[in-house]
Design a protein around this ligand. Structure first.
Ligand code: NDP
Length: 273
């Protein structure tokens, strides 16, 4: 049976084995998908061992996405732009690296949530790996403007410079933001610690849609504040997680699974936990 795995540290909490097992059942694909916790300094060795034992591909999560980018011999254009890899495919001697996070975000926003990105004004909070993956995918949807705000302003400036050629991208300090965005995407890891990015309330209150890449049983701090401030539409990143997995599954198996039933099952699982 073809084998796949998600590599992370830690990885026990990962929903990927559940998602890919559900995709495999649904599409009639015979495969085994496990979670492997690689030592912090041992990602490369763990992946090479898995491949030597016949592994066909892998997902990569925190903190190994940049290392996976360096490990891949061949990169998709979107992985090259993101400088991070969340999906590996092993083909003979070749290690192909892709990044499906941005496509997962866009699919969740446009298809699952019905958000119009074409002509929209987007604010992205954060300038780490997730923001890097998201920006080119969002730009490909034709927004009017995309602004990046980050706690460390230099990192937002760098991203704005790098993606400037692809569209209308600017960096801004949190303090200088005005309430002029249709969509706010939280790509910071602030929610992980129960924190909020230092976004002025008026900016959040003025948005049509607040999206937090983070997900969990409870509403994230940013989404709770958005609700309190009257931001009409809000969603967490569970849909993005399922959609990026579907994109990886397609890369490995050439079959596109239906994501809605898996998203519903995962949501129920989270709420019962
Ligand atoms: P990184 O570590 O690469 O980047 C973290 C970012 O968050 C940086 O911009 C950092 O700012 C900022 N940040 C961290 N803490 C705070 C804080 N307290 N206040 C303001 N800004 C803060 O992480 P990733 O980009 O890989 O991941 C970001 C988030 O996206 C995570 O929560 C992750 O779980 C989620 N994610 C969800 C996915 C999904 O499928 N739903 C897929 C990928 C990621 P600075 O530069 O100043 O340090």
């Amino acid at each position: 049976m073809d084998t796949y795995a998600v590599f992370g540290h830690p990885v026990a909490h990962s929903k990927s084995p559940f998602i890919h097992a559900a995709f495999a059942r649904q599409t009639g694909q015979a495969l085994l998908y496990t979670a492997i916790e690689a030592p912090r300094e041992g990602f490369r060795d763990a992946v090479m061992q898995f491949r030597a034992q016949g592994g066909k591909g892998a997902n990569v999560t925190v903190p190994f996405k940049e290392e996976a980018y360096r490990l891949a011999g061949v990169l998709s254009e979107r992985a090259r732009l993101a400088q991070a890899v969340n999906t590996l495919r092993f083909e003979g001697a070749e290690i192909y690296g892709d990044n499906t996070d941005g496509a997962g975000l866009v699919q969740d926003l446009t298809v699952n949530l019905g958000v119009q990105l074409d002509g929209s004004r987007i604010l992205i909070l954060g300038a780490g790996g997730a923001a890097r993956g998201a920006i080119p995918a969002l730009l490909a949807q034709g927004p009017m403007r995309l602004t990046i705000a980050n706690r460390t302003p230099q990192r937002a400036d760098e991203l704005a410079r790098e993606f400037g050629a692809l569209g209308l991208v600017a960096a801004s300090g949190f303090d200088a933001l005005a309430p002029e965005y249709d969509l706010i995407v939280n790509a910071t890891s602030a929610s992980l610690a129960g924190d909020l990015p230092p976004l002025p309330d008026a900016v959040l209150a003025g948005a049509q849609f607040a999206y937090d890449m983070m997900y969990g049983a409870a509403e994230t701090p940013l989404l709770a504040l958005a609700r309190k401030l009257g931001c009409p539409r809000r969603a967490d990143g569970l849909g993005m997680l399922v959609e990026q997995a579907a994109e990886a599954f397609f890369l490995w198996r050439g079959v596109r699974p239906q994501t809605q039933p898996v998203l519903t099952a995962l949501r129920q699982q989270l709420q019962q936990a």
